[in-house]
Write a protein that binds this ligand. Structure first.
Ligand code: R5P
Length: 297
C-alpha cells in the first residue's frame, strides 16, 4: 500500500502513515501564478493499492480539485486501486434541494470523484444517514463517537446527560448513549433561517442534569453551540462539555467558543486547525488510529 497526502491535512496523513509503519509517498503539487494546480505523482505506483488523504475543509473547492487531480494522476500512473480518505466531506450539508432551484452540490462532488477514478472512500461522521446513497463506489463511514465515549467516561459527571444541539442529531446521541450505559439525553429545538443562516434555539426536550455533554457532527460558526450552552445554563446545567467531530471553525468561531459558557471543546483532527484558530478551551483528539485500522483490515 502507498499513502499520499493532499495539501489540506498533512499532519493527519503523517499520523496515519506512522500508525501503518509506512512513509508518505511523494507528490509534486505546483501552483501556477493564476492559482491553477499541476499535480504529479513521483513515486512508482504500478499495480499498487494507493491511498490519498485529503480533507475537503475550507476552501472545499480548492481541496476537492486537488484531490481529483491526485486520483487521476495515480490512475494514469498505473495504480491498481485508489482509496480516497476524506475525513471531512465538504459540501455534505448541501445533500438535497432545500428550496426550489438549488443544486445538490454534494452529489456533483461525488460523481466527479468517481469519474476521476476513485475506487473507495473513507470518511467520518456524515451529517445525514442518506449521504451514503449517493455513492456508487464502496463508502466506509467511520465515527469519532468511540473516542468521545472514552473521554466522557474519564470526566467526573454526576448527574450527567448527553445533549443534541438540534433534532437532526438525535440518532448520534442515541448511539453514544448506548456506549455509555444508556446515559440520559436531551435535545435542543433549533431553527435555522435558510436564507440568512441565522439560528434560534427555543426549547430543551428531556430532563436537564448538572453536567452536559453536547455532541454534534461539526462546529462551523460556533453559534449553535454558544446558543445551546446559554440555554442549558439558563435551564440549570452547571458544566458544559462539547464534542464535535469536525472543527470547521469559520469566521469568529474560535472567539465565540472561547467566550461561551462551555467548559471545554473536544474536536478531532479530521480538519487541521491553524494555530490562529486554536484557543485555550480546545482539545483535539486524533482519528488517525481509526483510519489506519480501517485501511489495514
Ligand atoms: C447542523 O445541522 C450541524 O449538525 C451543526 O449543528 C451545524 O452545522 C453547526 O453550525 P454552526 O456552528 O455554524 O452553528
Amino acid at each position: 500500500m502507498k499513502i499520499f497526502s493532499g495539501s489540506s491535512n498533512k499532519p493527519l496523513a503523517q499520523k496515519i502513515a506512522k500508525a501503518l509503519k509506512i512513509r508518505l509517498s511523494k507528490l509534486e503539487i505546483h501552483i501556477f501564478p493564476d492559482g491553477e494546480k499541476r499535480v504529479r505523482v513521483i513515486d512508482k505506483v504500478v499495480d499498487e493499492d494507493c491511498v490519498v488523504v485529503q480533507s475537503a475543509s475550507t476552501f472545499a473547492d480548492i481541496n476537492y480539485m486537488e484531490l481529483f487531480f491526485i486520483v487521476d494522476g495515480l490512475k494514469r500512473s498505473g495504480a491498481k486501486s485508489v482509496t480516497a480518505v476524506i475525513p471531512y466531506l465538504g459540501y455534505q450539508r448541501q445533500d438535497h434541494v432545500f428550496r426550489e432551484g438549488e443544486a445538490v452540490s454534494l452529489e456533483v462532488v461525488i460523481k466527479t470523484l468517481e469519474a476521476a477514478g476513485a475506487d473507495k472512500v473513507i470518511t467520518f461522521d456524515l451529517h445525514s444517514i442518506k449521504i451514503p446513497e449517493f455513492f456508487k463506489i464502496p463508502l466506509i463511514h467511520l465515527s469519532a463517537l468511540e473516542l468521545f465515549a472514552e473521554k466522557i467516561k474519564k470526566i467526573d459527571g454526576t448527574d450527567a446527560f448527553l445533549v443534541s444541539p438540534d433534532m437532526g442529531g438525535i440518532r448520534r446521541i442515541k448511539v453514544l448513549s448506548e456506549m455509555l450505559n444508556n446515559m440520559p439525553y436531551a435535545t435542543i429545538e433549533k431553527n435555522r433561517d435558510l436564507k440568512s443562516g441565522k439560528i434560534e434555539v427555543s426549547e430543551i426536550h428531556g430532563r436537564v442534569g448538572k453536567v452536559a455533554f453536547v455532541v454534534d457532527d461539526m462546529i462551523s460558526t460556533g453559534n449553535t453551540i454558544a446558543a445551546g450552552a446559554k440555554l442549558l445554563k439558563k435551564k440549570g446545567a452547571d458544566d458544559i462539555f462539547v464534542f464535535a467531530t469536525h472543527p470547521v471553525f469559520s469566521g469568529n468561531a474560535s472567539k465565540i467558543l472561547q467566550e461561551s459558557s462551555v467548559k471545554k471543546v473536544f474536536v478531532t483532527d479530521t480538519i487541521e486547525i491553524p494555530e490562529e484558530k486554536q484557543f485555550p478551551k480546545l482539545e483535539v483528539l486524533s482519528v488517525a488510529e481509526i483510519i489506519a485500522k480501517s485501511l489495514s483490515s
